[in-house]
Design a protein around this ligand. Structure first.
Ligand SMILES: NC(=O)c1ccc[n+]([C@@H]2O[C@H](COP(=O)([O-])OP(=O)(O)OC[C@H]3O[C@@H](n4cnc5c(N)ncnc54)[C@H](OP(=O)(O)O)[C@@H]3O)[C@@H](O)[C@H]2O)c1
Length: 246
């Protein structure tokens, strides 16, 4: 007898996932894990030629395309190339991001503009473009790599970074509403310190030994992508330190 409930999990084969900022860190770890699982991948990176030489990813299932988050035209060009190559989009992982220090007493306000462009506007733009295709999928997924800095303010961390990651939380919930009726499920993945170049020099950052391996974040992304439509995870917070609430 055919099951009337949601499937236990969604198989990777035939599903096409776009990942921004896949040249290193979390994005590259995610590309490696998802390629191993059998997904087809479209990787948006600033220097595709450099990644092609280094990545060791299966060329028959992986498209590398230029994507600079500060260039609005790059988003549409990347999406168009993905559709031309694979004919569909099942997932979008907004991972590319940057951090610069700016607090309320010092620093140049232009830093906030830079981070707003990369951390907020580019994901917004990509979601707008990808949403109709994710809806066609029936099981479309969006994962926005936010941060614990999107869930609370910790003194000493860049105010500007925390502001952009809080904005990503709002974007996540808006996208969840926009795509819900067509099977699109959206998650803000909120890790604490991850062991990548990103946190080098950040004051008060979790000690190196306690940082989350990027492969753990990649495994979490793989887990989220397999969840059926009936298992929406709007926020997934993964802390490295003991705090109240998160
Ligand atoms: N590491 C952490 O502790 C941590 C914790 C919570 C959340 N996060 C979030 O996780 C995401 C990935 O960070 P990560 O730790 O993997 O850092 P990472 O190793 O520094 O990698 C950042 C990636 O973003 C890309 N990127 C930066 N600016 C870009 C732009 N203008 N256009 C396109 N790509 C751009 C970089 O490209 P290039 O290689 O070309 O520079 C790189 O691939 C970010 O959104 C970050 O906010 C990180």
């Amino acid at each position: 007898m055919a099951s009337t409930t949601s499937p236990r999990s969604i198989a990777p084969e035939g599903r096409v996932i776009m990942i921004s900022g896949a040249a290193r860190g979390i994005g590259l770890a995610a590309a490696r894990v998802l390629a191993e699982e059998g997904y087809s991948l479209s990787l948006g990176v600033r220097q595709p030629e450099k990644l092609a030489q280094e990545a060791g990813l299966p060329a028959d299932r992986v498209l590398l395309h230029r994507f600079d988050a500060t260039v609005p035209e790059d988003a549409a060009a990347w999406l168009d190339s993905t559709l031309a190559r694979f004919g569909r989009i099942d997932g979008l992982i907004n991972n590319a991001g940057m951090i610069k220090t700016l607090d309320l007493r010092s620093g140049d306000e232009s830093v906030l503009d830079d981070m707003w462009e990369v951390n907020v506007k580019a994901p917004y733009r990509l979601i707008r473009l990808a949403l109709p295709h994710l809806e066609t999928s029936g099981n479309g997924r969006i994962i926005n790599v936010a941060s614990t800095d999107g869930k609370r303010y910790r003194d000493g961390v860049s105010v500007a970074y925390a502001m952009t990651k809080h904005a990503v939380m709002a974007l996540t919930h808006a996208a969840k509403f926009a795509g819900w009726d067509h099977g699109v499920r959206v998650t803000a993945l909120c890790p604490g310190a991850v062991a990548t170049d990103f946190v080098a020099g950040i004051p008060g950052v979790t000690p190196a030994a306690d940082r989350i391996p990027p492969e753990t974040i990649a495994d979490t992304i793989a887990f989220l992508l397999r969840l059926p439509n009936a298992s929406s995870v709007a926020e997934l917070v993964m802390n490295t330190r003991l705090e109240t609430v998160i």
